[in-house]
Design a protein around this ligand. Structure first.
Ligand code: PLP
Length: 357
């Protein structure tokens, strides 16, 4: 069977070159006589894998030396708790409520301190990114979700937060566009959308923000400990880090994030252009807040949506069904989705529109 075009929101498609290299090295990694899965995380071979993965990530994202890169477990969701435990020195933080993951982060943070929801688009079905207000003077940090995976919205520009550290959940758009890391106090992302397999969470944190964790913070959630131990206080997600490392090299070889950003913008523009000119398909997200990673659209008729998704699957385009809370369709077109996949979905939309006009 051919590989499908997999539009899943995550876990999702990985670059074919990366999968092939992992396959080639699966049983005997570079003459070690064993798989990366079977290797001690303290071995010399593994030590170079994790060191190189960090170095490549630092290179492609241009991460300054005063930021630590942590390779952790627990998914993005564990960070909803880790962030307040580590950063809420004075017990207060500002949060923007721009989607269901932001909302979950808010609910989790409320267990550890005072959460100020400074803006929300919840009442409008999270269709747009609201204007960011100035941070509260006494906030320990200002929290955003840079790309809202479920609704298909993103921050085009990031809030200016002055001395208040900006914290961003970039799970679904890290490595998709150039960002200035120095504008952020902390960036984190689950790997399974744009970096690699599930099981790895990357945290990029400014050094001065560490070392203030609450006494009850579990040791594996304490950034200072993890930084001190090179993400190896305990066994890290070894194989996921290895595959993410291959993805970082894949991006480097493509010409870095600037090159991939251009491709991503072109892919998204193709799809949105079609939707904007279609008589059948309508966009879900407001134009000024559109994501270039998760493109949401619908016909307005649930049965027709279901038929579209079913016929797409039969043609080898899978997981186009929208999230159950939004309905309609969602095409997740992360870094690894080839242009041909976007062309295929547009061709299907055209044929479907003609057949169902
Ligand atoms: C997928 C996702 C999450 C949840 O990630 P897990 O790794 O499943 O915990 C959180 N935030 C955003 C923006 C996501 O896209």
């Amino acid at each position: 069977m051919e590989r499908v075009f997999n539009f899943s929101a995550g876990p999702c498609t990985l670059p074919l070159d990366v999968l092939k290299q992992a396959q080639e090295e699966l049983i005997n990694y570079q003459g070690t006589g064993m798989s990366v899965m079977e290797m001690s995380h303290r071995s010399a071979a593994y030590s170079s894998i994790i060191t190189e993965a960090e170095k490549d990530l630092r290179d492609i994202m241009n991460i300054p030396d005063n930021y630590k890169v942590l390779f952790l477990q627990g998914g993005a969701t564990l960070q909803f708790a880790s962030i307040p435990m580590n950063l809420m020195k004075n017990g207060k933080a500002d949060y923007m409520d721009t989607g269901s993951f932001a909302n979950k982060a808010i609910k989790e943070a409320q267990k550890y301190g005072e959460v100020n929801v400074v803006a929300s688009s919840k009442a409008d079905g999270y269709a747009y990114i609201p204007e960011a207000p100035a941070p509260s003077a006494d906030a320990d940090y200002f929290y955003i979700t840079s790309n809202n995976t479920i609704y298909g919205t993103r921050f085009n520009a990031f809030p200016e937060t002055g001395d208040v550290p900006l914290v961003a959940d970039m799970s679904s758009d890290i490595l998709s566009r150039e960002i200035d890391v120095t504008k952020f106090g902390l960036i984190y992302a689950g790997a399974q959308k744009n970096m690699g397999p599930a099981g790895l969470t990357v945290v990029i944190v400014r050094e001065d923000l560490m070392g203030h964790s609450k006494d009850f913070t579990p040791v594996v959630m304490d950034y200072a400990t993890e930084a001190d131990k090179g993400s190896m206080y305990n066994t890290p997600p070894c194989y996921a880090i290895y595959v993410a490392g291959l993805v970082f090299k894949w991006i480097k070889n493509l010409g870095g994030i600037a090159a991939i950003q251009k491709i991503n913008e072109d892919k998204a523009a193709m799809l949105y252009d079609y939707i904007d000119n279609s008589k059948l398909f309508k966009p879900v997200a407001n134009k000024d807040s559109r994501s270039i990673m998760n493109v949401t659209f619908r016909t307005g008729d649930d049965d027709l949506d279901a038929k579209f998704v079913k016929e797409a699957t039969a043609k080898g385009m899978t997981n186009l069904k929208g999230h159950r809370s939004v309905g309609g369709m969602r095409a997740s077109i992360y870094n690894a989705m080839p242009v041909a996949g976007v062309e295929a979905v547009i061709a299907h939309m055209k044929a479907f529109e003609e057949a169902n006009a």
